[in-house]
Design a protein around this ligand. Sequence first.
Ligand code: CTP
Length: 467
Amino acid sequence: MASLTVRQLDDRLKKQLRLRAAKHGRSVEDEVRNILRSAAADTEEFATLSPPAEHQERHTNQTHDAARLRVLLIIGGGIAAYKSLDLIRRLKERGAVVRAIMTAAAQEFVTPLSAGALTGGKVFTDLFDTESEFDVGHIRLARETDVIVVAPATADLMAKMAGGHADDLASTVLLATDKKILLAPAMNPRMWENVATRRNLAQLTADGVAIVGPNAGEMAERNEAGAGRMAEPLEIVAAIELLRGKTHALAGKRVIVTSGPTYEPIDPVRYIANRSSGKQGHAIAAAAAAAGAEVVLISGPVDVPDPIGTKVTKVETARDMLRAVEAAQPADVAIFTAAVADWRMAEPSSQKIKKSGKGAPELALVENPDILATVAHDKSLRPKLVIGFAAETEKVIENAKAKLAKKGCDWIIANDVSPASGVMGGDRNTIHIVTQRGVESLPPQSKDEVADAIITRIAAELGGAKR
Ligand code: CTP
């Protein structure tokens, strides 16, 4: 029996139920469920029946709620509101308790029903709704959370916040809270660039409000491009974790990460490159920053946004990357995830190479410096822990072991990048951590999870623990 409707409750009982629910911080429905559960447990014939799995899970969740991150998500009105549904999913996957408020405009894009199905609770929409005010109330919404996330944060919501307005539930809660606030702005690029929005943004930043994004790219409106796209759900999750100071496992450590491909010019318009997206390297940099490290990310040309809390140096060629890595020393850890081009043109042409009519030109190539091997073998540069990646399409572990010896690093993180694996450009990765001590193979995971797993192991290694 999934639901039970109870009719003819008198007003006094209803009032008592509401008060009791409010006292316990539950919805009335949850309160009734709780009363029934304890009544059932007290009754012998009920006690032999175990509650359905769904209820067991809810119950367990309630008992652990104190330890779980509580997020109040305010969904503003914009086309990006659909991404907020994915954000709820991503937060729940990480064990967070999510409550949602939707503005009137947000409900033009997604329904409270969809958001509620994902949060697993009531979605709050109205400041003057007596039932929800009685049940929870805007002050409790504002206080019973660890962080408030506004996604998408529209120009209007930002203006209201900067001006201290409180004319609907969202703005009232934002004014009434004493918790950390994170905004994920999303709007048309011209609105984002508008002086009024710039002014509001400066005010909000000065007020201590954290901002993630917006990213540059194509907008939903045709022929519109520029900064204004809402940050991706996983970027918002990373920003929340950073805001919360997720762990201090790498506090006081300096970490250098290389990421993305390198571009080696052939002539002013052509270059040698590869399919690396930078997703894994950037995720590692983000995870290191979330663990409290000071992170220098040296990145080749990529489309992924700069991770929050990292210092990013953008380079094009392998030689530029090596210079940037050397300039970023000293460090405690260096993680080389970049897919550095092995070769460059011996002499790139200063003019565009033309078809000569005598067949294809000969492209004379020379080998690029090996950044990882240079750093690993240089005693004056070498960080305590040097980690390389091995992108392999066959004999993954065997080749990784050979690379560990050849490059002189401490760990090689091997991954299968054959086309069938979907790793290059994709969101998942399967890695094997190869060290002098042996091989640890991790199950297929998202690149964020892989990044977390690597950072956890680095922290253990620096802390003296042996894997
Ligand atoms: N690497 C580097 N500089 C280079 C080439 C590679 O720093 N010029 C680093 C990569 O960042 C990675 C590791 O070396 O951490 C292994 O990269 P990979 O391309 O797999 O190895 P290669 O040495 O290029 O070997 P091969 O292409 O022959 O497999």
